[in-house]
Ligand binder design. Structure first.
Ligand code: ATP
Ligand code: MG
Length: 419
């Protein structure tokens, strides 16, 4: 016998035992999004590779080494499994002209793919809930995003997630800063690691995001972008902070906060917890006013964020948040030829009356069927034997509390089960 096949490393099955937590999370997220007037958009999982290199930036980690890219053998086109949702979302909005006349508040959910080293909280297929607000230039929208995430943590019952914010300024600010940064880093070139040397002229800002302990001292003393900001950038950043203070959302400014994607300007933020080891960022986002134009649209301001669903679920588990276990109304036991012949109809009748019913399948003795009923999530067994069929009734037995078994008609079952 050959070895059974396995899933691809870093790509997880979500098994039935884990599904209730996912569904619980998804339900809360859906209600939360509706409460802010965000509308769903669903994009394909595969896009032209060029979309991502153009949107995310050719020298970012994602585009340089994390994308699942392959050639479509029919036409030679280079395609990529989406590593994130923003690029696809903006592409779709432009393709369908959704920004014509009205700004958009949108959300999407689903799997993303990045070829990273799998570890706890870091997978090759992972899930995001993402939000994009297109056509909104003011800091009020940045604040809305942060406030709404704060509310979501509350609704999920999560504690100890801290907000860090920063501003990346305008592209002119960054160009000024970049020159200063390269100058500084060049002076310390002998102490840089290979990654940092490689990025020195392509993406020096990213060096500040390095996790290498040997670089932390150099990073700490590096020039700060905040000191290179012009008035417009500072005003946007200060207005955001004022809105957060008014809403009593606490935050800290992390001048080292940069994002792994090139398209950000002004606000960036992350929600971070120290309860998940080194993969502690559960939600990240910011403003990307240049992207719409960069992807061929008329200039339009935009901002958004994405949260990592696996990380949030891990945090819920760590904090003991569990959905109530699923319940089922009825397990239908049937023994004997005549009972077997009508069991499926009886089950349908009970479902017509609004009950959830698992019909026993696969035969077996009364005793073994009752064992299965007990082990199921059902509150009641409905029993159909030869005697019941003859008398035109069913037996109803509570599986969870001590109570007499009763003989009732099929019509009487639903009211009794509902209690
Ligand atoms: P990190 O610094 O952890 O690699 P990132 O900056 O690459 O994160 P984003 O692209 O901003 O992440 O994605 C938003 C969120 O999606 C992250 O904050 C995280 O919660 C989640 N996420 C990103 N990559 C992964 C992954 N490989 N596995 C699981 N979750 C992920
Ligand atoms: Mg990453």
């Amino acid at each position: 016998m050959s070895k059974p096949l396995q899933a691809i490393r870093g790509m997880n099955d979500i098994l039935p035992a884990a599904a209730p937590l996912w569904q619980h999370f998804e339900q809360i997220v859906r209600d939360w999004l509706a409460g802010y007037g965000y509308r769903e958009i669903r994009m394909p999982i595969v896009e032209q590779t060029g979309l991502f290199s153009r949107a995310i930036g050719a020298v970012t980690d994602i585009v340089e080494k994390e994308m699942y890219t392959f050639t479509d053998h029919l036409n030679g086109e280079s395609l990529t499994l989406r590593p994130e949702g923003t690029a696809s979302c903006v592409r779709a909005v432009l393709e369908h002209n959704l920004l014509f006349g009205s700004p958009q508040r949108l959300f999407y959910t689903g799997p993303m793919f990045r070829h990273e080293r799998p570890q706890k909280g870091r997978y090759r297929q992972f899930h995001q809930v993402g939000i994009e607000s297109l056509g909104y230039a003011g800091p009020d929208m940045d604040a809305e995003h942060i406030l709404m995430t704060a509310r979501l943590w509350k609704q999920l019952g999560l504690n100890d997630i801290e907000l860090q914010i920063n501003t990346l300024g305008t592209s002119e600010d960054r160009a000024r800063h970049r020159a200063r940064l390269i100058h500084y880093l060049q002076a310390h070139q002998d102490q840089l690691d290979d990654d940092a040397k490689r990025r020195l002229h392509t993406n020096p800002l990213r060096i500040l995001d390095s996790k290498n302990p040997a670089l932390q001292a150099i990073i700490a003393a590096a020039p700060k972008l905040l000191d290179d900001l012009d008035e417009v950038s500072l005003k946007h950043f200060e207005a955001l902070q004022a809105l957060l203070r008014a809403a009593e959302v606490s935050f800290s400014i992390n001048p080292r906060l940069v994002r792994g994607l090139d398209y950000y300007n002004f606000t960036v933020f992350e929600w971070v917890t120290d309860q998940l080891g080194s993969q502690g960022t559960v939600c990240a986002g910011g403003r990307y006013d240049g992207l719409v134009e960069q992807l061929g649209g008329k200039p339009a301001a935009a901002c958004g964020f994405a949260m990592g669903v696996e990380r949030l679920l891990a945090l819920m588990e760590a904090q003991g948040i569990a959905p109530s276990p699923p319940v089922l109304d009825v397990y239908l036991v049937h023994v004997g030829e005549q009972a077997d012949a009508v069991a499926m109809q009886v089950a349908e009748q009970l479902r017509d009356a609004g009950l959830g019913v698992v019909l026993h399948c696969g035969g077996g003795s009364f005793k073994s069927q009752m064992k299965k009923a007990d082990a199921s999530a059902a509150r009641f067994a409905v029993i159909l034997g030869e005697d019941e069929v003859k008398a035109g009734v069913v037996s109803l037995k509570s599986l969870r509390v001590q109570a007499e078994q009763v003989s009732v008609t099929v019509e009487e079952v639903a009211p009794l089960v509902r209690g």
